[in-house]
Design a protein around this ligand. Structure first.
Ligand code: AGP
Length: 608
Protein backbone atom coordinates (compact mmCIF):
# COMPACT_ATOMS: atom_id res chain seq x y z
CA UNK A 1 0.00 0.00 0.00
CA UNK A 2 1.10 3.65 -0.22
CA UNK A 3 4.39 4.59 1.37
CA UNK A 4 5.61 8.00 2.52
CA UNK A 5 9.01 9.44 3.37
CA UNK A 6 10.29 12.86 4.40
CA UNK A 7 13.70 14.40 5.02
CA UNK A 8 15.01 17.66 6.41
CA UNK A 9 18.66 18.24 7.11
CA UNK A 10 21.95 19.34 5.61
CA UNK A 11 22.18 16.90 2.72
CA UNK A 12 20.42 16.98 -0.64
CA UNK A 13 16.98 15.55 0.14
CA UNK A 14 16.11 14.02 -3.27
CA UNK A 15 18.55 11.07 -3.26
CA UNK A 16 17.52 10.24 0.32
CA UNK A 17 13.83 10.39 -0.60
CA UNK A 18 14.38 8.20 -3.69
CA UNK A 19 16.37 5.69 -1.65
CA UNK A 20 13.62 5.65 1.00
CA UNK A 21 10.95 5.11 -1.65
CA UNK A 22 12.94 2.18 -3.08
CA UNK A 23 12.90 0.60 0.37
CA UNK A 24 9.10 0.99 0.41
CA UNK A 25 8.61 -0.55 -3.05
CA UNK A 26 7.80 -3.90 -1.47
CA UNK A 27 4.57 -2.49 -0.03
CA UNK A 28 3.10 -2.40 -3.55
CA UNK A 29 2.51 0.77 -5.61
CA UNK A 30 1.67 1.99 -9.08
CA UNK A 31 3.09 5.55 -9.18
CA UNK A 32 5.49 7.70 -7.20
CA UNK A 33 6.65 11.25 -6.65
CA UNK A 34 8.79 13.66 -4.66
CA UNK A 35 8.48 17.35 -3.73
CA UNK A 36 11.31 19.65 -2.60
CA UNK A 37 11.30 23.16 -1.18
CA UNK A 38 14.14 25.17 -2.62
CA UNK A 39 14.67 28.94 -2.82
CA UNK A 40 11.08 29.67 -1.89
CA UNK A 41 9.55 27.37 -4.50
CA UNK A 42 8.19 23.81 -4.35
CA UNK A 43 9.23 21.58 -7.25
CA UNK A 44 7.47 18.27 -7.84
CA UNK A 45 8.36 15.23 -9.94
CA UNK A 46 5.81 12.43 -10.42
CA UNK A 47 5.70 9.30 -12.54
CA UNK A 48 3.40 6.38 -13.22
CA UNK A 49 5.14 3.04 -12.70
CA UNK A 50 8.39 2.21 -10.95
CA UNK A 51 10.75 4.30 -8.79
CA UNK A 52 13.36 3.65 -11.50
CA UNK A 53 11.29 5.95 -13.75
CA UNK A 54 11.31 8.62 -11.05
CA UNK A 55 15.10 8.31 -10.71
CA UNK A 56 15.40 8.73 -14.46
CA UNK A 57 13.04 11.70 -14.54
CA UNK A 58 14.89 13.51 -11.74
CA UNK A 59 18.39 12.49 -12.88
CA UNK A 60 18.70 10.50 -9.63
CA UNK A 61 17.46 13.52 -7.73
CA UNK A 62 20.25 15.82 -9.00
CA UNK A 63 17.79 17.97 -10.97
CA UNK A 64 15.69 18.53 -7.84
CA UNK A 65 17.87 20.40 -5.34
CA UNK A 66 16.86 21.25 -1.77
CA UNK A 67 17.50 19.91 1.69
CA UNK A 68 13.88 19.42 2.73
CA UNK A 69 11.32 17.27 0.93
CA UNK A 70 8.68 14.58 0.90
CA UNK A 71 8.10 11.46 -1.22
CA UNK A 72 5.33 8.98 -1.88
CA UNK A 73 4.56 5.63 -3.49
CA UNK A 74 0.87 5.40 -4.43
CA UNK A 75 -1.36 2.34 -4.57
CA UNK A 76 -4.44 3.62 -6.35
CA UNK A 77 -7.73 3.72 -4.46
CA UNK A 78 -9.47 6.90 -5.69
CA UNK A 79 -8.57 7.55 -9.33
CA UNK A 80 -6.51 5.41 -11.70
CA UNK A 81 -2.70 5.28 -11.53
CA UNK A 82 -1.53 8.41 -13.40
CA UNK A 83 0.95 11.24 -13.07
CA UNK A 84 -1.85 13.61 -12.01
CA UNK A 85 -3.18 11.29 -9.34
CA UNK A 86 0.31 10.52 -8.00
CA UNK A 87 1.39 12.39 -4.87
CA UNK A 88 2.72 14.89 -3.80
CA UNK A 89 -0.19 17.27 -4.38
CA UNK A 90 0.33 21.02 -4.55
CA UNK A 91 -1.95 23.79 -3.26
CA UNK A 92 -3.31 26.27 -5.82
CA UNK A 93 -1.08 29.03 -4.45
CA UNK A 94 1.99 26.75 -4.65
CA UNK A 95 2.68 27.25 -0.94
CA UNK A 96 2.06 23.68 0.30
CA UNK A 97 2.76 20.17 -0.95
CA UNK A 98 1.53 17.06 0.77
CA UNK A 99 1.83 13.27 0.73
CA UNK A 100 -0.82 11.09 2.30
CA UNK A 101 -1.39 7.42 3.14
CA UNK A 102 -4.90 6.31 4.01
CA UNK A 103 -8.38 7.23 2.84
CA UNK A 104 -10.33 10.43 3.43
CA UNK A 105 -13.88 9.14 3.72
CA UNK A 106 -15.61 12.55 3.59
CA UNK A 107 -13.58 13.80 0.63
CA UNK A 108 -16.62 14.26 -1.63
CA UNK A 109 -18.34 16.79 0.60
CA UNK A 110 -15.01 18.56 1.19
CA UNK A 111 -14.37 18.55 -2.56
CA UNK A 112 -17.75 20.22 -3.19
CA UNK A 113 -17.17 22.77 -0.46
CA UNK A 114 -13.69 23.66 -1.73
CA UNK A 115 -14.80 23.79 -5.36
CA UNK A 116 -17.60 26.17 -4.40
CA UNK A 117 -14.97 28.38 -2.76
CA UNK A 118 -12.96 28.48 -5.98
CA UNK A 119 -10.26 25.88 -5.35
CA UNK A 120 -9.20 24.04 -8.46
CA UNK A 121 -8.57 20.26 -8.39
CA UNK A 122 -5.88 18.62 -10.53
CA UNK A 123 -6.54 14.99 -9.57
CA UNK A 124 -9.30 12.49 -8.84
CA UNK A 125 -7.81 11.57 -5.48
CA UNK A 126 -9.38 11.87 -2.07
CA UNK A 127 -6.05 13.29 -0.87
CA UNK A 128 -6.12 16.53 -2.79
CA UNK A 129 -8.79 18.03 -0.51
CA UNK A 130 -6.18 18.11 2.26
CA UNK A 131 -3.82 20.46 0.49
CA UNK A 132 -6.62 22.87 -0.42
CA UNK A 133 -7.91 22.82 3.15
CA UNK A 134 -4.40 23.76 4.28
CA UNK A 135 -4.34 26.69 1.90
CA UNK A 136 -7.82 27.76 3.05
CA UNK A 137 -6.95 27.63 6.75
CA UNK A 138 -3.47 29.16 6.48
CA UNK A 139 -3.45 32.62 8.00
CA UNK A 140 0.26 32.83 8.80
CA UNK A 141 0.38 30.01 11.39
CA UNK A 142 1.05 26.69 9.77
CA UNK A 143 0.58 24.58 12.91
CA UNK A 144 -2.91 26.01 13.35
CA UNK A 145 -3.65 25.43 9.67
CA UNK A 146 -2.65 21.75 9.95
CA UNK A 147 -4.69 21.27 13.13
CA UNK A 148 -7.76 22.91 11.55
CA UNK A 149 -7.30 20.79 8.43
CA UNK A 150 -7.05 17.44 10.18
CA UNK A 151 -10.05 18.32 12.32
CA UNK A 152 -12.09 18.30 9.09
CA UNK A 153 -10.88 14.87 7.94
CA UNK A 154 -12.78 11.63 8.47
CA UNK A 155 -10.95 8.40 7.72
CA UNK A 156 -7.31 7.46 8.01
CA UNK A 157 -4.16 9.38 7.32
CA UNK A 158 -0.44 9.55 7.70
CA UNK A 159 0.26 12.98 6.37
CA UNK A 160 3.48 14.78 5.40
CA UNK A 161 3.49 18.50 4.55
CA UNK A 162 6.08 20.97 3.29
CA UNK A 163 5.57 24.72 3.01
CA UNK A 164 7.53 27.42 1.17
CA UNK A 165 7.35 29.71 4.19
CA UNK A 166 9.04 27.15 6.47
CA UNK A 167 11.59 25.80 4.00
CA UNK A 168 13.46 23.54 6.44
CA UNK A 169 10.43 22.05 8.20
CA UNK A 170 8.24 19.01 7.79
CA UNK A 171 4.77 18.74 9.34
CA UNK A 172 3.27 15.32 9.92
CA UNK A 173 0.07 13.96 11.45
CA UNK A 174 -1.31 10.51 12.01
CA UNK A 175 -4.70 8.83 12.36
CA UNK A 176 -5.04 5.06 11.83
CA UNK A 177 -2.09 4.83 9.43
CA UNK A 178 1.51 4.13 10.46
CA UNK A 179 3.99 6.99 10.78
CA UNK A 180 7.46 6.80 12.27
CA UNK A 181 9.89 9.65 12.81
CA UNK A 182 13.61 9.01 12.38
CA UNK A 183 15.89 10.97 14.68
CA UNK A 184 19.30 11.88 13.24
CA UNK A 185 22.08 14.38 13.91
CA UNK A 186 21.35 17.71 12.19
CA UNK A 187 18.80 15.85 10.13
CA UNK A 188 15.47 14.18 10.77
CA UNK A 189 13.17 11.90 8.80
CA UNK A 190 9.72 10.43 8.65
CA UNK A 191 8.44 7.30 6.94
CA UNK A 192 5.53 4.93 6.89
CA UNK A 193 7.78 2.07 7.95
CA UNK A 194 11.19 1.56 9.46
CA UNK A 195 12.71 -0.10 6.38
CA UNK A 196 12.97 3.38 4.83
CA UNK A 197 14.80 4.71 7.89
CA UNK A 198 17.29 2.07 9.01
CA UNK A 199 20.01 3.05 6.52
CA UNK A 200 20.10 6.53 8.10
CA UNK A 201 19.16 6.17 11.74
CA UNK A 202 18.14 3.58 14.29
CA UNK A 203 16.47 6.08 16.61
CA UNK A 204 12.75 6.28 16.06
CA UNK A 205 9.69 7.98 17.50
CA UNK A 206 6.41 6.19 16.85
CA UNK A 207 3.59 8.69 16.38
CA UNK A 208 0.22 7.67 17.74
CA UNK A 209 -3.27 8.42 16.48
CA UNK A 210 -4.23 12.05 16.94
CA UNK A 211 -0.63 13.23 17.19
CA UNK A 212 0.99 15.90 15.07
CA UNK A 213 4.70 16.83 14.76
CA UNK A 214 6.85 19.68 13.54
CA UNK A 215 10.21 18.43 12.33
CA UNK A 216 13.27 20.58 11.64
CA UNK A 217 16.88 19.39 11.13
CA UNK A 218 17.62 20.11 14.80
CA UNK A 219 14.47 19.08 16.61
CA UNK A 220 11.20 17.21 16.60
CA UNK A 221 8.24 18.58 18.54
CA UNK A 222 5.13 16.46 18.98
CA UNK A 223 1.72 17.87 19.89
CA UNK A 224 -1.82 16.71 20.44
CA UNK A 225 -4.75 18.09 18.48
CA UNK A 226 -4.95 21.13 20.78
CA UNK A 227 -1.27 21.87 20.18
CA UNK A 228 -0.37 20.77 23.69
CA UNK A 229 3.24 19.42 23.58
CA UNK A 230 3.67 15.65 24.12
CA UNK A 231 6.84 14.01 25.45
CA UNK A 232 7.76 11.07 23.22
CA UNK A 233 10.33 8.40 23.89
CA UNK A 234 12.96 7.45 21.37
CA UNK A 235 12.92 3.73 20.52
CA UNK A 236 15.94 1.90 19.15
CA UNK A 237 15.23 0.03 15.89
CA UNK A 238 16.82 -3.41 16.21
CA UNK A 239 16.28 -4.69 12.66
CA UNK A 240 19.38 -5.74 10.81
CA UNK A 241 19.88 -3.75 7.57
CA UNK A 242 21.10 -6.91 5.82
CA UNK A 243 17.82 -8.55 6.67
CA UNK A 244 16.06 -6.11 4.37
CA UNK A 245 18.36 -6.95 1.45
CA UNK A 246 18.28 -10.00 -0.82
CA UNK A 247 21.57 -11.49 0.35
CA UNK A 248 22.35 -13.35 -2.88
CA UNK A 249 18.86 -14.77 -3.45
CA UNK A 250 17.03 -13.98 -6.66
CA UNK A 251 13.92 -12.96 -4.76
CA UNK A 252 13.06 -11.83 -1.23
CA UNK A 253 10.43 -14.55 -1.10
CA UNK A 254 12.97 -17.33 -1.59
CA UNK A 255 15.30 -15.76 0.96
CA UNK A 256 12.45 -15.49 3.46
CA UNK A 257 11.39 -19.10 2.87
CA UNK A 258 14.95 -20.17 3.61
CA UNK A 259 15.07 -18.02 6.75
CA UNK A 260 12.23 -19.92 8.39
CA UNK A 261 14.27 -22.28 10.57
CA UNK A 262 16.13 -19.29 12.02
CA UNK A 263 13.00 -17.17 12.39
CA UNK A 264 11.08 -19.99 14.11
CA UNK A 265 13.97 -20.51 16.51
CA UNK A 266 14.34 -16.79 17.21
CA UNK A 267 10.65 -16.70 18.07
CA UNK A 268 10.49 -19.68 20.43
CA UNK A 269 13.97 -19.94 21.99
CA UNK A 270 13.91 -16.79 24.17
CA UNK A 271 10.54 -17.85 25.56
CA UNK A 272 11.56 -21.33 26.71
CA UNK A 273 13.51 -21.29 29.97
CA UNK A 274 14.38 -24.54 31.75
CA UNK A 275 11.38 -26.33 30.29
CA UNK A 276 9.09 -23.47 31.24
CA UNK A 277 7.36 -21.32 28.67
CA UNK A 278 7.70 -17.70 29.66
CA UNK A 279 5.21 -15.34 28.09
CA UNK A 280 6.02 -12.46 30.40
CA UNK A 281 4.52 -10.07 27.93
CA UNK A 282 1.01 -11.42 28.59
CA UNK A 283 0.40 -11.79 32.34
CA UNK A 284 -1.93 -14.69 31.54
CA UNK A 285 -2.48 -15.99 35.03
CA UNK A 286 -4.15 -19.30 35.87
CA UNK A 287 -7.11 -17.36 37.32
CA UNK A 288 -7.50 -15.30 34.20
CA UNK A 289 -7.27 -18.31 31.87
CA UNK A 290 -9.86 -20.16 33.96
CA UNK A 291 -12.21 -17.24 33.47
CA UNK A 292 -11.94 -17.45 29.67
CA UNK A 293 -14.86 -19.29 28.10
CA UNK A 294 -13.80 -18.86 24.50
CA UNK A 295 -10.84 -17.78 22.45
CA UNK A 296 -11.50 -15.81 19.28
CA UNK A 297 -8.71 -15.60 16.71
CA UNK A 298 -9.03 -12.88 14.11
CA UNK A 299 -6.84 -11.75 11.21
CA UNK A 300 -6.82 -11.38 7.42
CA UNK A 301 -5.36 -13.50 4.62
CA UNK A 302 -2.47 -15.75 5.58
CA UNK A 303 -2.50 -14.57 9.17
CA UNK A 304 -6.09 -15.80 9.36
CA UNK A 305 -5.02 -19.19 8.00
CA UNK A 306 -2.28 -19.39 10.65
CA UNK A 307 -5.08 -18.96 13.17
CA UNK A 308 -7.14 -21.69 11.46
CA UNK A 309 -4.19 -24.10 11.62
CA UNK A 310 -3.38 -23.36 15.26
CA UNK A 311 -7.03 -23.55 16.31
CA UNK A 312 -6.79 -27.35 16.35
CA UNK A 313 -3.71 -27.28 18.56
CA UNK A 314 -5.06 -24.71 21.02
CA UNK A 315 -8.50 -26.27 21.29
CA UNK A 316 -7.23 -29.80 21.75
CA UNK A 317 -4.59 -28.89 24.30
CA UNK A 318 -6.51 -26.27 26.27
CA UNK A 319 -10.06 -27.65 25.95
CA UNK A 320 -11.41 -24.14 25.39
CA UNK A 321 -13.56 -23.39 22.31
CA UNK A 322 -11.54 -21.54 19.67
CA UNK A 323 -13.41 -19.56 17.03
CA UNK A 324 -11.56 -18.23 14.01
CA UNK A 325 -13.13 -15.25 12.27
CA UNK A 326 -11.96 -13.10 9.38
CA UNK A 327 -11.36 -9.59 10.70
CA UNK A 328 -13.28 -8.04 7.80
CA UNK A 329 -16.34 -10.06 8.90
CA UNK A 330 -15.87 -9.86 12.64
CA UNK A 331 -15.82 -6.06 12.63
CA UNK A 332 -19.35 -5.92 11.21
CA UNK A 333 -21.10 -8.88 12.81
CA UNK A 334 -21.80 -7.54 16.30
CA UNK A 335 -19.91 -10.52 17.76
CA UNK A 336 -20.90 -12.23 21.00
CA UNK A 337 -17.86 -11.16 22.94
CA UNK A 338 -17.41 -10.12 26.54
CA UNK A 339 -14.80 -10.02 29.28
CA UNK A 340 -14.65 -13.84 29.26
CA UNK A 341 -13.38 -13.80 25.66
CA UNK A 342 -9.67 -13.86 24.94
CA UNK A 343 -9.07 -12.28 21.54
CA UNK A 344 -5.91 -13.28 19.69
CA UNK A 345 -5.09 -10.97 16.80
CA UNK A 346 -2.54 -12.04 14.20
CA UNK A 347 -0.77 -9.63 11.88
CA UNK A 348 2.66 -9.57 10.31
CA UNK A 349 2.57 -5.84 9.56
CA UNK A 350 0.55 -4.82 12.59
CA UNK A 351 -1.19 -2.26 10.36
CA UNK A 352 -3.99 -4.16 8.60
CA UNK A 353 -7.04 -1.88 8.65
CA UNK A 354 -9.70 -4.60 9.05
CA UNK A 355 -7.74 -6.33 11.80
CA UNK A 356 -7.37 -3.07 13.69
CA UNK A 357 -11.10 -2.37 13.38
CA UNK A 358 -12.08 -5.90 14.51
CA UNK A 359 -9.73 -5.59 17.47
CA UNK A 360 -11.20 -2.24 18.51
CA UNK A 361 -14.72 -3.68 18.24
CA UNK A 362 -13.85 -6.67 20.47
CA UNK A 363 -11.95 -4.53 22.96
CA UNK A 364 -14.94 -2.26 23.30
CA UNK A 365 -17.00 -5.33 24.27
CA UNK A 366 -14.57 -6.19 27.04
CA UNK A 367 -12.29 -8.83 25.48
CA UNK A 368 -8.69 -9.03 26.59
CA UNK A 369 -6.46 -8.86 23.52
CA UNK A 370 -3.18 -10.52 22.65
CA UNK A 371 -1.51 -9.42 19.42
CA UNK A 372 0.89 -11.70 17.59
CA UNK A 373 2.77 -9.19 15.47
CA UNK A 374 6.06 -8.94 13.59
CA UNK A 375 6.52 -5.19 13.34
CA UNK A 376 7.61 -3.69 16.62
CA UNK A 377 5.69 -0.59 17.63
CA UNK A 378 3.01 -1.12 14.98
CA UNK A 379 -0.58 -0.03 15.57
CA UNK A 380 -1.87 -3.50 16.45
CA UNK A 381 1.02 -4.12 18.86
CA UNK A 382 0.31 -0.79 20.53
CA UNK A 383 -3.45 -1.25 20.75
CA UNK A 384 -3.32 -4.76 22.22
CA UNK A 385 -3.34 -5.45 25.93
CA UNK A 386 -0.28 -7.63 25.29
CA UNK A 387 1.96 -7.96 22.25
CA UNK A 388 3.76 -11.22 21.54
CA UNK A 389 6.28 -10.47 18.82
CA UNK A 390 7.23 -12.93 16.11
CA UNK A 391 10.95 -12.41 15.72
CA UNK A 392 10.96 -13.04 11.96
CA UNK A 393 12.83 -9.84 11.05
CA UNK A 394 11.70 -7.67 8.15
CA UNK A 395 9.52 -9.48 5.65
CA UNK A 396 9.77 -7.75 2.29
CA UNK A 397 8.09 -10.10 -0.22
CA UNK A 398 4.38 -9.35 -0.46
CA UNK A 399 3.57 -13.04 -0.03
CA UNK A 400 4.18 -13.89 3.58
CA UNK A 401 6.24 -16.97 4.46
CA UNK A 402 8.34 -16.57 7.59
CA UNK A 403 5.67 -14.22 8.96
CA UNK A 404 3.21 -17.11 8.74
CA UNK A 405 5.39 -19.83 10.29
CA UNK A 406 6.44 -17.59 13.15
CA UNK A 407 2.79 -16.81 13.88
CA UNK A 408 2.29 -20.57 14.19
CA UNK A 409 5.33 -20.70 16.49
CA UNK A 410 3.81 -18.17 18.89
CA UNK A 411 0.42 -19.87 18.84
CA UNK A 412 2.01 -23.26 19.58
CA UNK A 413 3.86 -21.72 22.53
CA UNK A 414 0.62 -20.17 23.72
CA UNK A 415 -1.25 -23.50 23.41
CA UNK A 416 1.31 -25.35 25.52
CA UNK A 417 1.60 -22.50 28.01
CA UNK A 418 -2.16 -22.21 28.53
CA UNK A 419 -2.70 -25.99 28.62
CA UNK A 420 -0.16 -26.25 31.42
CA UNK A 421 -1.61 -23.34 33.38
CA UNK A 422 -5.08 -24.86 33.07
CA UNK A 423 -3.78 -28.28 34.24
CA UNK A 424 -5.04 -29.87 31.05
CA UNK A 425 -1.82 -31.66 30.31
CA UNK A 426 0.34 -33.93 32.46
CA UNK A 427 4.02 -33.18 32.95
CA UNK A 428 5.24 -36.05 30.78
CA UNK A 429 3.09 -35.07 27.81
CA UNK A 430 3.99 -31.39 28.29
CA UNK A 431 7.72 -32.15 28.26
CA UNK A 432 7.40 -34.39 25.25
CA UNK A 433 5.44 -31.73 23.30
CA UNK A 434 7.87 -29.02 24.39
CA UNK A 435 10.75 -31.11 23.14
CA UNK A 436 8.93 -31.59 19.80
CA UNK A 437 8.36 -27.84 19.57
CA UNK A 438 12.05 -27.17 20.27
CA UNK A 439 13.00 -29.52 17.45
CA UNK A 440 10.79 -27.70 14.91
CA UNK A 441 13.49 -25.34 13.55
CA UNK A 442 15.54 -28.44 12.66
CA UNK A 443 12.51 -30.12 11.13
CA UNK A 444 11.78 -27.04 9.02
CA UNK A 445 15.40 -27.07 7.87
CA UNK A 446 15.07 -30.77 7.02
CA UNK A 447 11.91 -29.96 5.04
CA UNK A 448 13.82 -27.35 3.03
CA UNK A 449 16.67 -29.79 2.41
CA UNK A 450 14.33 -32.65 1.41
CA UNK A 451 12.52 -30.39 -1.05
CA UNK A 452 15.53 -28.76 -2.67
CA UNK A 453 14.47 -30.13 -6.07
CA UNK A 454 10.81 -29.13 -5.88
CA UNK A 455 11.31 -26.98 -9.01
CA UNK A 456 11.23 -30.29 -10.93
CA UNK A 457 7.70 -30.93 -9.68
CA UNK A 458 6.82 -27.32 -10.50
CA UNK A 459 7.79 -27.97 -14.13
CA UNK A 460 5.05 -30.63 -14.31
CA UNK A 461 2.35 -28.41 -12.85
CA UNK A 462 3.11 -24.77 -13.76
CA UNK A 463 1.24 -24.70 -17.07
CA UNK A 464 -2.28 -24.89 -15.65
CA UNK A 465 -5.15 -22.45 -15.41
CA UNK A 466 -6.61 -23.94 -12.25
CA UNK A 467 -5.60 -26.13 -9.30
CA UNK A 468 -7.27 -27.54 -6.20
CA UNK A 469 -5.86 -28.02 -2.73
CA UNK A 470 -7.57 -30.43 -0.36
CA UNK A 471 -7.08 -31.69 3.19
CA UNK A 472 -8.79 -32.23 6.52
CA UNK A 473 -8.30 -30.50 9.88
CA UNK A 474 -4.83 -28.87 10.04
CA UNK A 475 -4.15 -30.24 6.56
CA UNK A 476 -7.17 -28.24 5.38
CA UNK A 477 -5.93 -25.04 7.03
CA UNK A 478 -2.60 -25.48 5.27
CA UNK A 479 -4.37 -26.29 2.00
CA UNK A 480 -6.01 -22.85 2.32
CA UNK A 481 -2.67 -21.15 2.81
CA UNK A 482 -1.00 -23.24 0.07
CA UNK A 483 -3.72 -22.22 -2.39
CA UNK A 484 -3.40 -18.56 -1.38
CA UNK A 485 0.37 -18.67 -1.96
CA UNK A 486 -0.20 -20.21 -5.39
CA UNK A 487 -2.79 -17.70 -6.54
CA UNK A 488 -1.21 -14.55 -5.18
CA UNK A 489 2.19 -14.99 -6.81
CA UNK A 490 1.52 -17.21 -9.86
CA UNK A 491 -1.98 -15.87 -10.72
CA UNK A 492 -3.17 -19.45 -11.21
CA UNK A 493 -6.70 -20.03 -9.97
CA UNK A 494 -6.12 -22.16 -6.87
CA UNK A 495 -9.01 -23.21 -4.69
CA UNK A 496 -8.88 -24.99 -1.40
CA UNK A 497 -11.57 -27.32 -0.07
CA UNK A 498 -12.04 -29.41 3.00
CA UNK A 499 -11.60 -32.84 1.41
CA UNK A 500 -14.92 -34.04 2.78
CA UNK A 501 -16.71 -31.22 0.95
CA UNK A 502 -15.65 -32.39 -2.52
CA UNK A 503 -18.72 -34.54 -3.01
CA UNK A 504 -20.97 -31.62 -2.12
CA UNK A 505 -20.22 -29.79 -5.34
CA UNK A 506 -16.57 -29.21 -6.13
CA UNK A 507 -15.94 -32.64 -7.59
CA UNK A 508 -17.96 -31.46 -10.61
CA UNK A 509 -14.94 -29.34 -11.52
CA UNK A 510 -12.51 -32.24 -11.56
CA UNK A 511 -11.52 -33.20 -15.07
CA UNK A 512 -8.68 -34.93 -16.95
CA UNK A 513 -5.27 -33.72 -15.69
CA UNK A 514 -6.71 -31.11 -13.30
CA UNK A 515 -3.99 -30.80 -10.61
CA UNK A 516 -5.16 -31.60 -7.08
CA UNK A 517 -2.68 -31.01 -4.25
CA UNK A 518 -3.74 -33.37 -1.45
CA UNK A 519 -2.39 -32.82 2.06
CA UNK A 520 -2.18 -36.01 4.10
CA UNK A 521 -0.13 -35.44 7.21
CA UNK A 522 -2.83 -35.83 9.81
CA UNK A 523 -2.96 -39.53 10.65
CA UNK A 524 -6.33 -39.35 12.39
CA UNK A 525 -8.00 -38.53 9.04
CA UNK A 526 -5.50 -40.15 6.70
CA UNK A 527 -7.78 -42.95 5.47
CA UNK A 528 -10.54 -40.45 4.72
CA UNK A 529 -8.26 -38.20 2.70
CA UNK A 530 -6.87 -41.17 0.80
CA UNK A 531 -10.46 -42.05 -0.21
CA UNK A 532 -10.90 -38.50 -1.53
CA UNK A 533 -7.67 -38.82 -3.50
CA UNK A 534 -8.96 -42.03 -5.08
CA UNK A 535 -12.23 -40.28 -5.98
CA UNK A 536 -10.56 -37.37 -7.78
CA UNK A 537 -8.08 -39.73 -9.46
CA UNK A 538 -11.00 -41.75 -10.78
CA UNK A 539 -12.22 -38.57 -12.48
CA UNK A 540 -8.89 -37.93 -14.18
CA UNK A 541 -7.15 -35.56 -11.73
CA UNK A 542 -3.36 -35.49 -11.41
CA UNK A 543 -2.73 -35.78 -7.69
CA UNK A 544 0.29 -34.20 -6.02
CA UNK A 545 0.21 -35.54 -2.47
CA UNK A 546 2.02 -34.04 0.50
CA UNK A 547 2.71 -36.41 3.35
CA UNK A 548 5.30 -37.36 5.95
CA UNK A 549 8.34 -39.47 5.18
CA UNK A 550 7.70 -43.18 5.46
CA UNK A 551 3.99 -43.00 4.62
CA UNK A 552 3.75 -45.66 1.95
CA UNK A 553 -0.06 -45.52 1.68
CA UNK A 554 0.10 -42.52 -0.63
CA UNK A 555 2.62 -43.68 -3.22
CA UNK A 556 0.22 -45.99 -5.01
CA UNK A 557 -2.63 -43.47 -5.22
CA UNK A 558 -0.85 -40.20 -6.09
CA UNK A 559 0.93 -39.16 -9.29
CA UNK A 560 3.65 -37.34 -7.34
CA UNK A 561 4.52 -37.11 -3.67
CA UNK A 562 6.16 -34.31 -1.69
CA UNK A 563 7.60 -35.46 1.65
CA UNK A 564 8.03 -33.63 4.92
CA UNK A 565 9.62 -35.03 8.06
CA UNK A 566 7.27 -36.68 10.50
CA UNK A 567 6.59 -34.29 13.38
CA UNK A 568 4.08 -34.06 16.21
CA UNK A 569 0.67 -33.54 14.51
CA UNK A 570 -0.06 -30.51 16.71
CA UNK A 571 2.85 -28.69 15.04
CA UNK A 572 2.85 -30.24 11.58
CA UNK A 573 1.36 -27.17 9.84
CA UNK A 574 4.75 -25.46 10.24
CA UNK A 575 6.50 -28.05 8.09
CA UNK A 576 3.64 -28.74 5.68
CA UNK A 577 3.44 -25.18 4.43
CA UNK A 578 7.12 -24.99 3.48
CA UNK A 579 7.05 -27.16 0.32
CA UNK A 580 3.84 -25.42 -0.75
CA UNK A 581 5.59 -22.05 -0.49
CA UNK A 582 8.41 -23.44 -2.62
CA UNK A 583 5.98 -24.95 -5.11
CA UNK A 584 4.15 -21.61 -5.50
CA UNK A 585 7.52 -19.85 -5.84
CA UNK A 586 8.80 -22.10 -8.63
CA UNK A 587 5.44 -22.19 -10.45
CA UNK A 588 5.41 -18.36 -10.38
CA UNK A 589 9.01 -18.26 -11.58
CA UNK A 590 8.28 -20.60 -14.50
CA UNK A 591 5.32 -18.37 -15.36
CA UNK A 592 7.66 -15.34 -15.25
CA UNK A 593 5.62 -13.52 -12.61
CA UNK A 594 6.80 -10.58 -10.52
CA UNK A 595 7.22 -12.78 -7.44
CA UNK A 596 8.08 -10.23 -4.76
CA UNK A 597 5.58 -7.64 -5.96
CA UNK A 598 2.55 -9.44 -7.38
CA UNK A 599 0.16 -7.33 -9.42
CA UNK A 600 -2.65 -5.56 -7.55
CA UNK A 601 -1.33 -6.63 -4.14
CA UNK A 602 0.14 -4.62 -1.30
CA UNK A 603 2.25 -5.86 1.58
CA UNK A 604 0.38 -3.97 4.19
CA UNK A 605 -3.35 -3.42 3.63
CA UNK A 606 -3.85 -0.21 5.55
CA UNK A 607 -7.21 0.66 4.01
CA UNK A 608 -10.46 -1.24 4.18
C1 AGP B 1 -0.15 -13.10 2.45
O1 AGP B 1 0.75 -13.67 1.61
C2 AGP B 1 -0.81 -11.92 2.06
N1 AGP B 1 -0.27 -11.16 1.07
C3 AGP B 1 -1.95 -11.39 2.89
O2 AGP B 1 -2.97 -12.32 2.83
C4 AGP B 1 -1.64 -11.04 4.36
O3 AGP B 1 -1.38 -12.19 5.09
C5 AGP B 1 -2.82 -10.25 4.95
O4 AGP B 1 -3.00 -9.08 4.21
C6 AGP B 1 -2.62 -9.93 6.40
O5 AGP B 1 -1.53 -9.10 6.59
P1 AGP B 1 -0.94 -8.84 8.03
O6 AGP B 1 -0.41 -10.15 8.53
O7 AGP B 1 0.14 -7.84 7.81
O8 AGP B 1 -2.06 -8.33 8.88
Amino acid sequence: MCGIVGYTGVQGASPILLEGLKKLEYRGYDSAGIALVNEGVISIAKVTGRIANLCEKTNDGKDYPGTCGIGHTRWATHGAPSDNNAHPHLSNDGRFAIVHNGIIENYMSLHDELTAKGYHFESQTDTEVIVHLLEMYYKGDIKKAVIKTIARLQGSYALGVICTEHPDKLYVAREASPLILGVGVSENFFASDVTALVSYTRNAIYLEDGEFAEISPEEINVFDCTLKPIEKKITRIVWDIKASEKGGYEHFMLKEIMEQPRAFKATIAPRIKDNDIVLDETELTKEYLESVNKIVITACGSAYYAGCAAKYTIEKLCRVPVITELASELRYCDPLIDEHTLLIVLSQSGETADTIAAMKECKSKGAKTIAVVNVVGSTIATLADHALYTWAGPEIAVATTKGFTTQLAVLYLFALYAAKKLNNIDEERYLSLLSSLKSMPKKIQETLDTNSNIHKIAIKYYDNKSMFFIGRNTDYAIALEGALKMKEISYIHAESYAAGELKHGTIALIEEHRPVVALCCNESVMEKTVSNIVEVKARGADVLALTFKGNSKIVSVANDVIYVPKVETFFSAAVEIVPLQLLAYYVAKLNECDIDKPKNLAKSVTVE
